[in-house]
Design a protein around this ligand. Structure first.
Ligand SMILES: Cc1cc2nc3c(=O)[nH]c(=O)nc-3n(C[C@H](O)[C@H](O)[C@H](O)COP(=O)(O)OP(=O)(O)OC[C@H]3O[C@@H](n4cnc5c(N)ncnc54)[C@H](O)[C@@H]3O)c2cc1C
Length: 448
């Protein structure tokens, strides 16, 4: 196969290969790949895939490896195809309000580049400083401002995708509207590297938001914060972020950042970025009243620096919890009115297993990340952690929710998919996968 690869793309150094073994997930299978392929162009991606196809070698596509479901983990006898060298912003068109980018562009870099032109690319995963647009498209990533703007897929207009056999597929249009044929763009979004390798992404941009105003609501218990979330959602408050952190997460973040935000049993961060004069303040007055009615103490700030510090503290939730011990992070999403029930379920699971479970997440979307802390050196603790994870995921399904709100199925939840999808949906998805990749070489073991 090596002879058919473009020159200079194959990395076989064992130390370098070792660094491509897995993503940021825990409890997911990962095997050392034969090589890492690092193409620079779409043509080189196509050549790599043609060579692998001819040799029957599995291909795992990788962006930055920040994934939390094992989707970019190496497989035995396969290669990892890393898009990190395809990291150019090809175009920013202020008239059409779109940008065309290569898949290896870091999400934060795109946001910064379009901001210089007075434009905004909203999707903002907590990993925004390191994850890539290609990875975001493949996982249909969410983030903090999804509650107002939507997820990555809501901003993808068109894609270039290299199929398993090396053919290049173009989907979508640059026009505001376009309904010619099936919506293959949406099909590829969220397909976790199983349908093809995304080599170019056209994203929709929106006008720059206003100066953010932020509300911090401290609650005496987590359930009250959950009730406030339902009230905020029910009242149609136009917030651009509604984030939740429980006492465990707050203490861990405080320990890491020394920001002095620990102490409350739960905190909601509510932000408005409305650019209409006086609107952001009005949104927060509404949110404050609802939080106070749920028993919170509330503080409001219109200082953008303070706003970005608070949001950065929220982004540190997972790195902070990681310092408490071994961890297993869940990603479940329930109807917003059921956030309070999900919180109750997590509290029951923590009591039953005797484990600490930190809760944080995008509460305004109903998307929480209960994070089980355990001791991997103690088999009983590890077994309890896995049971807790399963119980939380099952509770989300029972509450009418989903097994994954934004991190994807990956390898971590491949066994769960059949519990959520009906058999016909599963059958159609498998048939679609076979159409795109008849030999089953792309990301085997991921999703289904
Ligand atoms: C601290 C932290 C915070 C996070 N916060 C969030 C959050 O708020 N919201 C959220 O949604 N996620 C979050 N994540 C998860 C992760 O950052 C996202 O899933 C992200 O989209 C992964 O991007 P990546 O470039 O690292 O992709 P990778 O991890 O490299 O890959 C992820 C998946 O996409 C596939 N893939 C990657 N690039 C391509 C491509 N070009 N073509 C086809 N398939 C491809 C891979 O095969 C894999 O299945 C967080 C992770 C961390 C560590």
């Amino acid at each position: 196969m090596t002879a058919r690869l473009p020159p200079g793309v194959a990395v076989t150094d064992p130390d370098l290969i070792a660094s491509y073994l897995r993503d940021e997930s825990r409890f997911t299978d990962a095997d050392r790949p034969l090589a890492v392929l690092t193409p620079r162009t779409t043509a080189e991606v196509a050549d790599c895939l043609r060579a692998c196809h001819a040799a029957g070698v599995p291909v795992v596509t990788r962006g930055a490896g920040t994934g939390l479901s094992g989707g970019a983990n190496g497989v035995s006898g396969g290669v990892v195809l890393s898009l990190h060298r395809m990291d150019r912003i090809l175009e920013i068109d202020a008239v059409e309000r779109l940008a065309v980018v290569q898949p290896g562009v870091v999400t934060g870099a795109l946001r910064a580049a379009v901001a210089e032109r007075g434009l905004f690319y909203p999707p903002d995963p907590g990993s925004v400083a390191s994850c890539t647009i290609g990875g975001n498209v493949a996982t249909n990533a969410g983030g903090m401002c999804c509650v107002k703007y939507g997820v990555t897929g809501d901003f993808v207009e068109a894609l270039e995708v290299v199929l398993a056999d090396g053919r290049v597929l173009r989907t979508g249009t640059r026009t505001v509207k376009g309904v010619a044929g099936y919506d293959l763009t949406s099909l590829v979004v969220g397909s976790e590297g199983t349908l093809g390798v995304v080599t170019e992404v056209t994203v929709r941009l929106v006008p720059a938001p206003g100066r953010p105003a932020t509300l911090v609501a401290s609650f005496a218990d987590l359930a009250s914060a959950g009730r406030a979330v339902a009230a905020i959602s029910g009242a149609g408050v136009d917030a651009s972020a509604v984030e939740i952190l429980d006492a465990t997460t707050l203490a861990a973040v405080d320990e890491l950042t020394r920001m002095g935000i620990g102490g409350a049993a739960a905190m909601l961060l509510v932000q408005s970025d409305s650019s209409r004069p006086g609107e952001a303040a009005k949104v927060l007055v509404e949110a404050a009243a609802l939080c106070e009615a749920a028993g919170a103490e509330v503080a409001v700030s219109d200082d953008p620096e303070e706003a970005s510090l608070l949001m950065e503290a929220r982004r540190q939730a997972l790195p902070a919890l990681e310092r408490l011990g071994d961890w297993l992070l869940d990603d479940v999403c329930v109807p917003r009115a059921r956030v309070v029930d999900l919180i109750a379920a997590v509290e029951r699971v923590a009591a039953d297993t005797g484990l600490v479970i930190g809760v944080f997440g995008h509460a305004g979307d109903g998307n929480l990340h209960p994070t089980v802390i355990f001791d991997a050196a103690d088999l009983a603790s590890e077994t309890a952690a896995l049971a807790a994870f399963d119980a939380i995921t099952a509770a989300a399904l029972e509450l009418g929710g989903t097994i994954t709100g934004e991190h994807g199925v990956g390898r971590l939840k491949a066994g769960w998919l059949a519990r959520e999808l009906d058999p016909v949906a599963l059958e159609v998805q498998r048939a679609l996968r076979r159409t795109f990749d008849p030999a089953g070489l792309l990301n085997p073991g991921v999703v289904l």
